[in-house]
Design a protein around this ligand. Structure first.
Ligand SMILES: [Zn+2]
Ligand SMILES: [Zn+2]
Length: 133
């Protein structure tokens, strides 16, 4: 079984993930731009039991557009978000794919806030791709 390790910029906080993710998506919402500092976020969700977290984390809770809570866990030393949970997706843990620093990571199948919040110069060229919003 494939094992992939995500970690923060300083390496203190890590998430080791077994098996393939359940869902891989990009999100163009404004909150994701702020969190990532980038044009969109790239995220993979795994079953809770397939992820082993090591290291210290601080938490930040954001209320999502649909009223659900998103709880981000980030390294208190370097600030990188290494995992987060969404209230409306119990049993799953989301990992920002950039934290794997792995070019062989599979591409996203979903693009969220695709029409309403995407920078017009961003093109997601992967198939199949389901777009929302
Ligand atoms: Zn760190
Ligand atoms: Zn988003």
């Amino acid at each position: 079984m494939v094992t992939r390790r995500a970690e923060c910029s300083c390496g203190q906080l890590s998430a080791t993930c077994s098996g393939e993710p359940i869902r891989i998506s990009v999100c163009h919402c404004l909150a994701c731009k702020r969190r990532s500092g980038s044009a969109f976020s790239f995220n993979a969700r795994f079953a809770d039991g397939d992820v082993a977290i090591e290291g210290r984390a601080a938490e930040f809770t954001r209320i999502g557009d649909e009223g659900g809570r998103v709880i981000y866990s980030f390294c208190p030393d370097c600030g990188t978000t290494v995992h987060y949970r969404i209230d409306t997706d119990p049993g799953l843990i989301a990992i920002p794919v950039g934290a794997f620093a792995d070019l062989s990571f599979p591409p996203p199948a979903f693009s969220v806030y695709h029409e309403s919040r995407r920078y017009k110069w961003v093109e997601i060229r992967t198939e199949p791709l389901k777009t929302f919003g």
